[in-house]
Unconditional design. Sequence first.
Length: 243
Amino acid sequence: MASVLNISAYLFTPIDDPASLRSELQERVDARSLRGTILVAEEGINLFLAGPAEDVRGFVDELRAEERFAALTTKESWSAEQPFRKMLVKHKREIIRMDRPAIRPAAGRAPAVDPVTLRRWLETGRDDDGREVVLLDTRNAFEVDHGTFAGALDWRLEKFTEFPDAAAAHRDELVDKTVVSFCTGGIRCEKAALVLREDGIDARQLDGGILGYFEHVGGDGFDGDCFVFDERRTVDARLQPTG
């Protein structure tokens, strides 16, 4: 029976005290039966947690009580076993490394496409204005190999820091098209879409990433499973472990 609640969540929000917040969060998670990883940086917070539902949701509720984290949203799934071996809280320079400090989603997001709208676009290959839709997978190559949207562009990235240069190299292929960037949970495509828009590309991001798409519309248009960074390895369109 699946009794362990797994969540992923992130929020780009200014954090003036990431080092002290790291210590505070470590104390909070130590007081609960949680495992996973939390990253804090000046640009925001990124977390993957698993444990009893009351502990996971209680911790998230405590975070949301702070104004800077009030907009935090989570993606939930369930597993029969704890998918993490330990609990880590880390202070990082970025919650998702791109090495482009000028790219700051907290200052303004790129337009987002919700899963229901994307599924409609996939059925015709066009957006609501009749423009060709191109899906761009912003994940690393080994993740893409487990599953991706049918026909999505895959630049065979080895690490996310390669994305800006790859975007510049492929710019001419994307001009005059509606580009939807996507990733596992949304955090990478937040930055990716901003980079593309700086290069003059009409880019949007898939709201909630692949996991959000699975949650709201299932696996329509997606081939394979979604790689996740815990001992489950992959989940299917029902958000059930397959690894």
